[in-house]
Design a protein around this ligand. Structure first.
Ligand code: HEC
Length: 101
């Protein structure tokens, strides 16, 4: 049977697990970011022609995406791709990729 100590320990463990999930990017961001990884490599660590995007600052990420969106920055695929995301999605992906190593 569970005594008080076990119950407290379990509650603590569940709390920790939940805070871990809350700290990660939300599901929508993870799903759209996963589509980038086909070119930018698993976790944003490039293995091919596209540059690696893991660990770049959110500022640099957002600037790059906005510049592709407006055509200010030259690109091949990114010019066509960047326009498909809202500003909020770009910010969220930037925050997410900045946390990846
Ligand atoms: C079809 C392959 C492909 C996909 C999919 C793709 N990219 Fe790219 N990405 C590139 C290439 C190639 C470049 C280099 C610039 C160019 O040619 O457009 C680039 C450049 C970038 C850069 C600039 C990197 C730097 O160092 O300045 C960022 C940021 C970026 N991509 C983010 C994304 C995000 C976010 C997604 C998903 C929404 C994504 N890319 C999906 C191929 C891709």
């Amino acid at each position: 049977m569970y005594n008080k100590k076990t119950t407290l320990a379990l509650a603590g463990f569940v709390g920790l697990a939940l805070s871990g999930i809350a700290g990660a990017a939300d599901m929508h961001t993870q799903v759209i970011a996963a589509t980038c990884m086909s070119c930018h490599g698993p976790g944003g660590n490039s293995v091919g022609a596209a540059p690696g995007i893991a660990g770049i600052s959110q500022d640099r990420f957002v600037k790059a995406m906005q510049d592709y969106k407006t055509g200010k920055r030259p690109g091949t695929v990114m010019l066509k791709l960047a326009g498909g995301y809202t500003d909020a999605e770009i910010e969220a992906m930037g925050a997410y990729f900045a946390t990846l190593k």
